[in-house]
Design a protein around this ligand. Structure first.
Ligand SMILES: Nc1ncnc2c1ncn2[C@@H]1O[C@H](COP(=O)(O)OP(=O)(O)O)[C@@H](O)[C@H]1O
Ligand SMILES: [Mg+2]
Length: 370
């Protein structure tokens, strides 16, 4: 069981100072709007890669009126206990320490994995391809932390190619060099995405029938399609190099790069109706998303290649009817990683019984309510 058994916040959002002592059971946070529930989930999400569940700047998360930056500390109880501290005071970066010793974000990614679902993701099936790509890439990063670095290399090369293209006059040797870097990072991204898509689909298919509908997932992108067919690195690399090369004239006309993994979409079919997820009802989409996130958590736990993920579910319980809520709690109770849930009222978590711990959140303070 992977769980946080202690969490301390200093000058983080509306918390001047708070320490929570927890056990491994799911954590239910309840309290009125604006109390600081999502802020607590955001604090937990800082222990994962990236900027956390609000994609906020480090400085935004510092408590207003606080003299310096924020700090977080947690005890992670897995096979063994480790302590993790994050500190931003006086720096523009998170400083990571594991058991007191300086550590890198990569070290952290080996110890703790986090998956989340927030109300901001509700429109993901109806929104644009970039929203779905970001949603999916975050799941890929939870499985394969190196995906983030490949994506960063890709974005850098893409910006260089776009700058070249905007000038309208492309030096072929220069473009060849940039496109080779783009194709190298793009191939790695496509392979990562294909690996995670397959693992996710297997986990979805193995899920119980019933409360959360199943999804059929496809990646719409030439490189990912090749990766899903099992093509090797070289073949996908060549495919991308050809696509960038032959697309130069078209891209100069458009003023930007029109093909490549930065355009890939995640197509999601709502299996019970065989229709695109974006056409399902709001409630069906929410249930589908919860199913996807649960499948992702199961796939991460099953992989055996790292710790089970903590699962952060912001305002998920309120949207479900009592039966579905109870079914969700049953699943969360047996996951390999601790779940964190928020809701405005304690009664939303009744069906957990004593299988969860409850915390009352109230304007920058939080107290265990048993
Ligand atoms: N940097 C900050 N410093 C102080 N308070 C903050 C900061 N950022 C957000 N807040 C406050 O946190 C509250 C929102 O907390 P949130 O966790 O989103 O509430 P909820 O319990 O509804 O999820 C708001 O009152 C907001 O003013
Ligand atoms: Mg909230």
């Amino acid at each position: 069981m992977t769980a946080l058994t202690r969490l301390s916040l200093t000058d983080f959002r509306n918390y001047a100072g708070l320490t929570l002592r927890l056990d491994a059971r799911p954590v239910c946070l309840y309290g009125s709007n604006g109390a600081g529930k999502t802020n607590l989930l955001e604090a937990v999400s800082q222990f994962g890669p990236g900027r956390g569940l609000r994609s906020a700047q480090l400085s935004e998360m510092t408590r207003r009126d606080a003299p310096g930056g924020w700090a977080l500390a947690a005890t992670l109880d897995d096979e063994q206990k480790i302590s993790i501290t994050l500190d931003t005071a006086g720096t523009a970066k998170r400083t990571v320490r594991i058991d007191g010793a300086p550590a890198s974000p990569g070290d952290l990614a080996e110890r703790i994995r986090i998956v989340w679902l927030t109300p901001a993701m509700d429109g993901v099936f109806r929104g644009g391809a970039s929203d779905r790509r970001r949603f999916f890439d975050r799941l890929v990063m939870a499985h394969l932390p190196a995906h983030g670095k490949a994506a960063a290399r890709y974005d850098k090369a893409l910006a260089e190619r776009n700058a070249l293209i905007e000038r309208g006059h492309v030096d072929p040797a220069w473009a060849d060099a940039i496109e080779a870097r783009l194709a190298e990072a793009g191939t790695e991204m496509a392979i990562n995405r294909a690996i995670v898509l397959e693992a996710l689909q297997i986990a979805i298919d193995a899920r119980p029938e019933g409360h959360f509908p199943k999804a059929d997932l496809t990646l719409e992108g030439a490189a990912e399609a090749a990766a899903l067919k099992g093509e090797d690195f070289r073949t996908i690399f060549d495919l991308l190099v050809d696509a960038y090369h032959s697309g130069r004239r078209r891209d100069i006309g458009a003023g930007r790069t029109l093909s490549g993994p930065h355009r890939t979409d995640l197509a999601v079919i709502h299996r019970p109706t065989a229709a695109p997820a974006g056409e399902a009802s709001t409630g069906q989409q929410k249930a589908l998303l919860i199913g996807l996130v649960l499948a992702s958590a199961t796939a991460l736990s099953a992989g055996g290649s790292g710790p089970s993920p903590l699962l952060l579910l912001d305002e998920a319980a309120a949207h479900l009817d009592p039966d579905r809520r109870a079914a969700l709690f049953d699943e969360l109770t047996v996951l390999g990683g601790q779940a964190w849930l928020t809701g405005t009222e304690a009664f939303l978590f009744e069906a957990f019984g004593d299988r969860a711990q409850r915390i009352r959140v109230d304007e920058g303070s939080a107290t265990l309510a048993e």
